[in-house]
Structure formats: structure tokens, C-alpha cells
Design a protein around this ligand. Sequence first.
Ligand SMILES: *[C@@H]1O[C@H](CO)[C@@H](O)[C@H](O)[C@H]1NC(C)=O
Ligand SMILES: *[C@@H]1O[C@H](CO)[C@@H](O)[C@H](O)[C@H]1NC(C)=O
Ligand SMILES: *[C@@H]1O[C@H](CO)[C@@H](O)[C@H](O)[C@H]1NC(C)=O
Ligand SMILES: *[C@@H]1O[C@H](CO)[C@@H](O)[C@H](O)[C@H]1NC(C)=O
Ligand SMILES: *[C@@H]1O[C@H](CO)[C@@H](O)[C@H](O)[C@H]1NC(C)=O
Ligand SMILES: *[C@@H]1O[C@H](CO)[C@@H](O)[C@H](O)[C@H]1NC(C)=O
Length: 549
Amino acid sequence: MSSPIVKRFLLSIPIVCLLYLLLSKTPQGPADIFAFKRFHRSQEQLRIPINRLIVNDSDCRRIPIPLKVQHADSEGLLNADFINPVGASKIKAPRALTDLTQCPSSPNQFTGHIRLPNVLYNISMSPITATSKDTRRFWNPTIFALPYWSKNQYLIVNMVASHGELYRRNVLCEANICHPPSETFKNSREKSCTEDDLEILGSNGGLRCVTTPIEVDVPPTPAERCDGMEELLADIPGFHDPRLFYSGRGEPILMVASQSRYACIGLWAIDLRAVYPDIKETFASSPRRLGPGPLMSYPTLTELTRNPPSTRRSYEKNWVMFSPSSLVSYLQYELNSTTRTFAQLIGAGLTTTNQTDISEEPCLSEPTPLDVSGGHFVAGASWHQATPALKLVLCTRSNSTCTNRFGETVFFAVIHKKHVNEYGLPMRYERYFVVWSATPPFNMLGVSQNPILLANETSRGWTAEEIWDDVEETRSGSRTEWGQFTYTTTIAYAWGREESDIREKGMGYLDDEVILSVGIDDQNGLYAKVKVSDLLQCLRICPGRMPIW
Ligand SMILES: *[C@@H]1O[C@H](CO)[C@@H](O)[C@H](O)[C@H]1NC(C)=O
Ligand SMILES: *[C@@H]1O[C@H](CO)[C@@H](O)[C@H](O)[C@H]1NC(C)=O
Ligand SMILES: *[C@@H]1O[C@H](CO)[C@@H](O)[C@H](O)[C@H]1NC(C)=O
Ligand SMILES: *[C@@H]1O[C@H](CO)[C@@H](O)[C@H](O)[C@H]1NC(C)=O
Ligand SMILES: *[C@@H]1O[C@H](CO)[C@@H](O)[C@H](O)[C@H]1NC(C)=O
Ligand SMILES: *[C@@H]1O[C@H](CO)[C@@H](O)[C@H](O)[C@H]1NC(C)=O
């Protein structure tokens, strides 16, 4: 630490911080001004005020001091769209995240997956009150955990198989989990299965509707500028890919893909209370907070956009919203091995321009030539964002010294690596977890080293022998394939935690449990319940983010 250059650098840190604080104290921080100018150029006609980027003064103090001096590239800075005076590239992964780089076991030698011991449970859309069993096929389950004070635990939205009709139908019900009577369970409000439940769900119990599934009635949207191949898809009425999650303010947000006002297909958001008013009362009856519940950012169906408009694609999908605080939300449009794009939502579905840190190196990878030569991978796999993002404080709920205020926070989500066969048709989705910082500029911090499978899940592309190679117990028994094409649409903190505020629904701790929904072969829905620290084990820290101790 005695080298003069390091000393000079250490001295300059307070100066940079001071400059940063001064700039952020002015009505608009530096990033705001740039974003605002560009926004004005591209969307002159709209005069919607921009929220300030959340810049917390203490963020500056929290930046770890790097031991290596990094030379700023002035040329690069001048040409850059987004200037971060603190030097975002110096942000390192918190130590608690590096603890998650340990792997529970070595990966399957053929498929490369890590298998978690958590089993998959059945989901039934046949409610208890039904006089006859619902024989429709449901898939694409999206599960939303209601607050602990609500009458029922979950809300499920499922796609209904179309039987040839050209219409996309999604149904919703309230649902509860039941356990087989033989099982002991820790939460006294969890339910024991009845005979009828066991008959419908199978011997392990599962998640079952308690209200009759009703069609999710979202107004149709027009495809206003759509031609070419995608016109066919845009002609099918109804929405698809519903996602349900909590905003930072505790609003229940339903995000769907539907016909776009600007092109073929776009993403839209609406407050679930506007679609399903039955849950209004639950949101307005928090035992520890009086009032009507969180204000609605999306009282009506609102199209989410990209800025500048020239960057909009004709078919948009798989966007992920994340809320670092109760005041601001961001949209992450794409995340793959070459590109990451996200922007801040500024109201009415409008956004700032791309806010991705220019110095961020890609964290995701593609199959290597060696993988490809092995015959199980084809070059050109692609990454697809799959689930909403959850906020996570990197310590356990049981650690009383750790509160939201002192713990390091990150976001995590599931991302699928989509593999196609030699004809370009989808062959399998691999499930990975990605982790990014909850502090601007929200750098990517880590990703699962290996794809994650659940206890009895199989995956297309290998023989059953190869897939079960990592499971000793199946050595003598039959090794069959089951569920070849699985994908995940939900991660949500499981029902039953005692949140003190609805705004805590979207955040949790390492020892909290997460519900993970699994769609299977486009014809069924299942779920698993896994502790966060188990889901996120065996991470790889992104390039440049490994802390130096
Ligand atoms: C900034 O963060 C610190 C601790 O992380 C907190 O005490 C403070 O209230 C925050 N300030 C604002 C304006 O959010
Ligand atoms: C795996 O679990 C699901 C859901 O519980 C069940 O339907 C299926 O039969 C199981 N498959 C195997 C191979 O055990
Ligand atoms: C799930 O339901 C299927 C029938 O739909 C049944 O065969 C299977 O055993 C059930 N799984 C469990 C774990 O009970
Ligand atoms: C990553 O995403 C961008 C934007 O969607 C796309 O242009 C690029 O081709 C993708 N990269 C790969 C390797 O698929
Ligand atoms: C957004 O910014 C990042 C970082 O500069 C860049 O890699 C990415 O390509 C940008 N996205 C778009 C759509 O330009
Ligand atoms: C509890 O949390 C604090 C703050 O994050 C951390 O420093 C400490 O190591 C944690 N204690 C244990 C036993 O994990």
C-alpha cells in the first residue's frame, strides 16, 4: 500500500465521491441529464417527467476500494452514452455471493447438469367444489404467492390447450398446497390433503385450485404495424406468456405478450387488481399498514416500450421487470452472451434509453467447439429470460444482525439456454440462475455453473442411462425418461412468511423458500419448493467481479 500511485488513487476516491455527491444533489444527476436529452430527442411529443435515478449517497461509500488502479479510457468515456463517474467496473461480487460458488456435487458426466433433491409436485386446476373433474389440458403455469394474511395461499394462471381453436385462453384460480397426512410440516397454516385431494394430485399432494378457474379477461390489443411472417402469429387473438410478480411497491403486476401498438407483438402490464378485483381487499388489509394498498402504476393495460423507438423489434418477448426500491423499476429487455439491455421505467410504459454499464463484460457463454463436436449441442444456442426477478438480501432471515439495511442485495432470476436440433427446432431448455446487483449500475454478478434439474426431471438429448447416471438409487431400477421439454415460468417467494409490509413480497433471504413452476412438454404444470441458497449454489462469478482479498 505504500506505492505512490496507489496513494494518489486512494486520495482521489473522496474527490470522485464528492463530485458524484455534488452532481447527484443537483436536480438531475449526470446520467439523468443524458437520458433526458436523448429521451427528448426521440419522444418530443410526450412530456412526462423523469423520475430521478435512485442514487443513494451511501452507495458511494459502499464501493469497495480496488487494489489495482484502473486507467479510465478517456476516448471511450467521451464517446459513451452513459457516464458513471464512480467507475462501475470496480464493483465486485459481495463475499456472501462468492460463498455460493460451492457445488453440492459434481455435475452429471454426460449432461453436465446438477440435480437438486427437491421433488416436483402436481398442480390441479380441478377445484374442490367442482362436481366433475376438469379434463382440460393446462400448461405454462404461473404461480403468484398471496400475502400471508390472505384467505388462500396462491394464485395460478395457466394456459388452456386450444384444441385447434385459434384463440389463446388463460385461466386463473386461487389455490392452496396440501401435504399428505403422513407428512409433518413446519407451518401450522399449511394444509393436510383430503382423500379427494390425494386422488386428484397423487400421493405426494400438491397445489390445487380452491376457486373455479375463470378466464383472464385482458382487453384485446391491435397489431398496428405488422407484416411478414409474424403477421400470422399476431392474428391469433388473446395474450400469451403471462407473468405475475410484485413491484417494489407491492403491486401485483400481470405482464403479458399481446399485439403491439408499434409492431406485431409487444409486452403489456396491468395491475392484477384491475383484472381480478377479488384480491383488492387482500391488498388493502395488511395487518400492519392501514390504507387502500399500493397505488396502481398500471390501472389499465399499458404497453411497455423501448427507447429510442428505432430499437423496437417487431416481435418482443421475455422482458423482465426489476424494482430496486419502492419508487423505481427497470425493464431488462435482453440478456445473452453478447448483449445486455435494460432501462428505467419512467411512467406510462415509457422508459429511458439503455442504462447498461458500458464497461460490463458478458457473463453468459455459448457452447464451446468441444461441446458442439460432442454431438449434444449445436452452435447458436440462445438465452431466454424466463421468470420474474426476485430481490434477495445475501444473508439468512434467522440472522438477527442482518436487516435489509446492512445486508447486500441482489436480484436473481431464471434464464433458459435454448438448444435447437440440426433442423433449428427447439430441443431442450436448460435452467440457469442469473444474479445481478441491486445497486446502480446493476452489474451482472454471477450465473449457475451448470444447468439445474429437479429430483426426477429428465432432459432431451441424452439416453435415460446417461441422464440418471448421477443418481445411485436408480442404478438397479428402471431408468425412464420423463418430462423431456421442461421450462420454468415462475420463481416466487413461497407463501407463509410473515412479511411486515406488502412491499416485502418481492424480497427475501437466503433461507427463504421459493416456488418454481415447471411446464412440461407443453401439456402439464408442476412446481417445486426450494430454498434460495440451494437454488443459487454452484455459481460462477462474472468476469471482473471476483473480489480481491
Ligand atoms: C441510503 O442507504 C442507507 C443505508 O444503505 C440508508 O440508511 C438511507 O436511508 C438511504 N437513503 C435514501 C435517501 O434512501
Ligand atoms: C416425477 O414427478 C412427477 C410429479 O410428481 C410425476 O408425475 C412423475 O411420474 C415422476 N416421474 C418419475 C420418473 O418418477
Ligand atoms: C401426479 O399426477 C399424475 C397423474 O396426473 C400421477 O401419475 C403422479 O403419480 C402424480 N405425482 C405424484 C408425485 O403424486
Ligand atoms: C444477443 O441478443 C442480441 C439482441 O437481441 C442479438 O442481436 C444477438 O445476436 C444475441 N447474441 C447471440 C449470441 O445470440
Ligand atoms: C446497451 O448497452 C450495453 C452496454 O453498452 C451494450 O452492450 C448493448 O448492446 C446495448 N443495447 C443496445 C440494444 O444497444
Ligand atoms: C449475520 O449478518 C451479518 C450482516 O450481513 C454478517 O456480517 C454476519 O456474518 C452474519 N452472521 C452469520 C452467523 O451468518
